[in-house]
Design a binder for this molecule. Structure first.
Ligand code: AMP
Length: 182
């Protein structure tokens, strides 16, 4: 999907912190990628490369790292940006959905008027693991009539099946780097 050289560069720019936030988790820290001007630019360019030239109305980013990447992607494709946030953070009228986490459920929200019916939206986050968060975001966007054109993530943890879960919902998925395990 991306060239081996670019894949190597991006992978090297991500810091892995074992056993954070709890034992057994390999935390993929993208702050090092964001701090590397070249890696950040190339990741943003590559994420939306398949949709370069298509009409994208909005980029929706998932709190919080999806805001940073999604904002840059929105600028890149000349689209508006829509934040999808944890419940209780947005000031105006919202739509809300419950989604599953590894242990339990949580809720996410977006402003009800953030996307007009039929608008073409790309969903962005830093990483997809089980896909519970992204699946919730896709359903929330569809609930208000968005056309979800694609979901883009810098990192995939394929063993956890999140990208496949989204593809089963008929959402094209773009990821740049895969890591083994959790
Ligand atoms: P999931 O809903 O299981 O796909 O989890 C995705 C969300 O959890 C994303 O917003 C990620 O930022 C975060 N996340 C899950 N696993 C990791 C990990 N190993 N390293 C860093 N972030 C993670």
């Amino acid at each position: 999907m991306i060239s081996p050289a670019l894949e190597f560069d991006l992978r090297s720019s991500i810091r892995t912190i074992p056993d954070y936030p709890k034992p057994g988790i390999m935390f993929r820290d993208i702050t090092t990628l964001l701090g590397d001007a070249r890696a950040f630019r190339r990741a943003v360019d590559e994420l939306v490369q398949p949709w370069a030239g298509s009409k994208i109305d909005k980029v929706a980013g998932i709190e919080a790292r999806g805001f940073i990447i999604g904002g840059a992607v929105a600028h890149q494709v000349s689209a508006g940006f829509v934040p999808i946030r944890k419940k209780g953070k947005l000031p105006h009228t919202t739509v809300r959905i419950a989604y599953s986490l590894e242990y339990g459920i949580d809720e996410m929200e977006m402003h009800a008027d953030a996307v007009a019916k039929g608008e073409r939206v790309i969903l962005v986050d830093d990483l997809i693991a089980t896909g519970g968060t992204a699946e919730g975001a896709v359903k929330l966007l569809r609930q208000i009539g968005a056309e979800v054109v694609a979901a883009c993530f810098i990192i995939d943890l394929p063993e956890l099946g999140g990208a496949d879960k989204l593809r089963k919902l008929d959402v094209p998925v773009r990821t740049l780097i895969g890591f083994e395990g959790h």
